[in-house]
Every structure is written in structure tokens, then in C-alpha cells.
Design a protein around this ligand. Structure first.
Ligand code: IFM
Length: 502
């Protein structure tokens, strides 16, 4: 408390001095300039849907003003608008909000990731206090890097936060090619989080095979807790381990990075083995990814028979009643389909969607935009649009009746993802930027800019064509429905024609 007062006194007196030396008019001009630059680079224009356009702009405005920019802060789940969640940062930042910044303001994305780098030492201390010999345990919720979950079962046990951060580091690197970042900071985050999985997991004989398992974890869905082998957690941990192996190989023989971080050949070999032996529970009869081991043994909760007044379920049911049934508060297993689309056939995406959507209440505001993305990818146009429009209106229309506690910043970011990954059809982490558009029928066009590998591009995506223009940089490959074209300063514009793929 003493410290907090000290800091606030310092800030207030710095602010006083600043105010003395400025005028309202010059501050207004400076602010207008900042916002003008923001809208130029980060706006998403939707032609044909003025109501949702308004919501999208509100969302982008809130996201932009909520983001920490000093490497000491991240983005609170409620932005800067309310006391909900005590101002804490969650996975919401890395998985739901960061992509917007990575693609449109990579310098801000880097600062948000640097917050995680500066708190890595604390995460390592936490792993050690927890009883692990190596690795880092990032907090499920935090402000200063220390775990602040009051209820460990639904908080600290969401170990997937580690792999979420590693995923975001990789995504930032793939989109920016920021070599200095990955070399000096990013690889260390990936390595220490990968070490956590090696410590927490173990090998077990399952289905006649020796598999790497992660028992007693809580996945993203908060209507289940402390399960064995949550599909999302295992898939993300597998990715985390693969990234550690990939970068250890990249930096082999490089100016001492591996020795500074005490990486040995054996350690990398064992990470490689664990990643390739990772157990991913799957129901072969139904052809669906299983949310966790033995999930099929739980009875389905009959959501249709529950009175509307009993939603959100968390306010009306004891958690143990929910934990023992097949019911989801939010997208969990289908998050994997959203984040790693390349690994899935269309049939698989459909099967997962059909299985999980009917048991999902969307009581979390992070859910609908993700379902919109999967629905768009599998050609369920109506559902995609409905989910998206509800997600994008979360705060302007107070959809969850709790905006008074603050905005749902993750949901606002997820809505941007809904447009980009769902309707525009960006394929995540592709080596070249690839689009598979599938616009809602009422939309004439979506216009936006993105930064890619040091270039800035402007896109106009229509119902049956895409126009791209290189605005700055040396150029890059762009693909639309696998038709790859190379844009350069001399050949800065391209047009693709496509037909609806469903
Ligand atoms: O991080 C989320 C979680 O996934 C669902 N409950 C709220 C948290 C903060 O937004």
C-alpha cells in the first residue's frame, strides 16, 4: 500500500508539472493525431452492415485505449472501464486480443509480450515454490506477475496459460519476423514454459501405447475442472514443446544462446519425444476430439429443458453439478480447431462443432466469436453471422447484463478475430499470408490493413474477389484460396477472383 501511494504521488506530481507546461488545445490536437493514426492503420470497414460497423469501431477503440504500452502492464479483462476481475490480466490478452495488435500495431504487441518477459523470473520462482525443478509457471490471473487466483481449482490450475503465452510469442514472430525479439526474449519464454510441461507431465501406458500425459489440469472451459488430459491443454503444450525444439535447433551453434539458457541436446530430445507422444483424447466412434479423458462417460446436460432464467448456469448451479455433466461454459476443444486449422479436415471441424455447440451455454463472453469462426469455416453461414453479431455487440448492447462491471475486453478482441479468422478467413500462423474469405451475404466488402513481415498491406475483400495493395515494405506472398501471388513495390497491387467454396 505504501508503495502504491508513493507511485500515485509521483505520478500525480509528474502530471501536475506536465499540465503546467501544456494547454488543452495542444493536448486535444495531440490526442486527435494519435487516434487518426490509429484509425488509419487499424480500422476495419464493413460495407453493408452499419449497425455492426458501429460495434466493431467501439470495440477497436476500447481495445486500443486499454492496452498497456510500458512493458510493465498488459490488458485487464475489463479494460480500463471497471472493477470487474480486480484489473487482472488473463489468457484473454494473448489469445483473444493480441492478434489484433500483432497484425495492426506490432510495436504494441511486442510491449504486451515484454510484460510476460519481464515477469518470467517471477513465473520461474512460482514453479520452484510449487515444487518443480525447472520451468516457469505463469499466473492464471495477475497484475504484477504473481498468481492472484483466489480459487486455485478454477484459476491456478488453468496451466494452459503457459502454452497460450508461447503460442502468442510464436504468432508475433511469424507475423513480424522480429529476429531480435525471438533471440533475446521470445525463445526464453518458449523454453521455460516448455520446461514446465516436462516437469508437470509424465509418461503412461494408454491404449496400448506409451503416451505423454498431463493429469489434473483445468482447461479453458470453466464448467469443468481438474480433469485428466484436457485436449486443449495437451494440444497447446504439444505446440509449446515443438516450438522449444524448433528454436533450439534454429539457435544451435549460435553465439551462446543455448548455453546461456542451459539447454542440452538431451533436454531437447526429451521435449521432442514428449511432444510427439502427447496424448490427445479422441472418440473414434463419434470422430470427435474429446474435451478430456473419459469425457464421454459423463451424462449430457439437457440445456433445452432448462428455463432461461437459470442462465448463466454458474449463478444457479453448484459447480460440482456442472463438473459432472457434459456442459460447456465456453469454447474449449473447438479452440484447437480455431488455432490450428491446418491439422483438421472439414469433416473433423464439422464433427467437433456439431458435438460441442449443443452442450455450450456461451455463458462466457469469449465463446460466441470462436463458434462464429468455426461456423464460417464449415459453411454454416447463418450461425456464423448470428454468433458473430452477438459477440460483437457484447458491451454496446450489454448482452451479458454485466457491462456495468466493465467491458469484456477479450470478447471485443475475439470479435475482431471473428471477422479476420472467420469471414476473411486468415489462416493462422501460415508461412505466407493466406485468405479464404466467406463473407456474410449482406456484407459488400471488408476493408482493413495489416502488417506482415515488415510490410503494410491494404485489403478489400468482396463477395467474389480480393484486392491487395502493398503500402510499404519490400513485399511478400499473399494467397487467396491457395492461389499465391507475390507483391513488390514495383508490382504493388493484385486482384483475385474466387467463388464461394461451400
Ligand atoms: O479468462 C476468462 C475465462 O476464460 C472465462 N472467465 C473470465 C475470464 C476473464 O475474462
Amino acid at each position: 500500500m505504501v508503495n502504491a501511494n508513493m507511485y500515485s504521488d509521483q505520478y500525480l506530481s509528474a502530471l501536475d508539472n506536465y499540465i503546467m507546461d501544456t494547454t488543452f488545445k495542444s493536448e486535444l490536437m495531440a490526442s486527435a493525431q494519435v487516434w487518426q493514426t490509429f484509425w488509419l492503420h487499424s480500422d476495419v470497414q464493413i460495407e453493408g452492415d452499419p449497425a455492426l460497423q458501429l460495434c466493431v469501431r467501439f470495440n477497436l477503440f476500447e481495445l486500443n485505449q486499454s492496452a498497456g504500452r510500458n512493458e510493465q502492464t498488459s490488458i485487464p479483462a475489463k479494460g480500463l472501464t471497471g472493477n470487474g476481475y480486480g484489473g487482472h490480466f488473463f489468457w484473454d490478452t494473448e489469445i483473444f486480443m493480441l492478434p489484433f495488435f500483432t497484425y495492426t500495431q506490432p510495436e504494441v504487441a511486442k510491449k504486451l509480450l515484454m510484460f510476460r518477459y519481464h515477469t518470467l523470473q517471477i513465473a520461474k520462482e512460482q514453479a520452484s515454490d510449487f515444487g518443480l525443478e525447472k520451468g516457469a509457471m505463469y499466473p492464471w490471473r495477475t497484475i504484477n506477475g504473481y498468481e492472484s487466483s483466489a480459487y486455485w481449482l478454477a484459476g491456478q490450475a488453468q496451466f494452459h496459460i503457459n502454452a497460450d503465452i508461447a503460442f502468442a510469442v510464436e504468432q508475433y514472430y511469424e507475423i513480424t519476423h522480429d529476429e531480435a525479439f525471438i533471440r533475446n526474449y521470445g525463445f526464453e519464454i518458449i523454453l521455460e514454459t516448455a520446461r514446465f510441461w516436462m516437469e508437470y507431465g509424465n509418461y503412461a501406458q494408454l491404449n496400448g501405447k506409451r503416451q505423454f500425459v498431463l493429469n489434473r489440469v483445468t482447461g479453458p472451459d470453466e464448467y469443468s475442472a481438474l480433469v485428466d488430459n484436457n485436449y486443449y491443454t495437451n494440444a497447446l503444450a504439444q505446440n509449446n514443446l515443438r516450438l522449444a525444439v524448433k528454436y533450439a535447433r534454429k539457435f544451435r551453434g549460435d553465439d551462446g544462446i543455448l548455453s546461456r539458457l542451459n539447454v542440452t541436446v538431451d533436454e531437447i530430445k526429451s521435449m521432442d519425444q514428449a511432444a510427439e507422444s502427447m496424448y490427445l483424447p479422441y472418440d473414434k466412434r463419434k470422430n470427435v476430439k474429446l474435451q478430456f479423458q473419459d469425457f464421454e462417460q459423463l451424462p449430457k446436460m439437457d440445456l433445452a429443458s432448462i428455463d432461461q432464467s437459470k442462465f448463466p448456469l454458474l449463478l444457479h448451479y453448484h459447480p460440482l453439478m456442472l463438473y459432472r455433466q457434459q456442459v460447456n461454459k465456453q469454447a474449449d476443444t473447438v479452440m484447437v480447431d480455431f488455432m490450428f486449422p491446418e491439422g483438421n479436415t472439414l469433416d473433423q471441424l464439422k464433427a467437433d462443432y456439431e458435438f460441442y455447440e449443443p452442450i455450450t451455454t456461451h455463458d462466457s463472453s469469449l465463446s460466441k466469436a470462436i463458434y462464429a469462426i468455426i461456423a464460417a469455416r464449415i459453411g454454416k453461414d447463418k450461425q456464423a453471422y448470428n454468433f458473430f453479431s452477438q459477440a460483437v455487440q457484447t458491451d454496446l448492447m450489454d448482452v451479458h447484463h454485466n457491462t456495468k462491471n466493465g467491458i469484456h475486453a477479450g470478447s471485443l478482441g475475439a470479435a475482431w478475430e471473428g471477422i479476420m479468422y472467420g469471414f476473411v478467413g486468415i489462416v493462422n500462423n501460415a508461412t505466407s499470408f493466406s485468405l479464404k474469405p466467406h463473407l456474410p451475404v449482406t456484407w459488400n466488402c471488408v476493408k482493413f490493413r495489416v502488417h506482415l513481415y515488415g510490410n503494410e498491406f491494404k485489403f478489400s475483400v468482396y463477395q467474389d474477389s480480393v484486392e491487395a495493395e502493398l503500402l510499404s515494405g519490400k513485399g511478400a506472398d499473399i494467397s487467396v484460396y491457395d492461389d499465391k501471388k507475390h507483391l513488390t513495390p514495383k508490382h504493388a497491387k493484385e486482384t483475385w477472383h474466387y467463388s464461394n467454396q461451400f
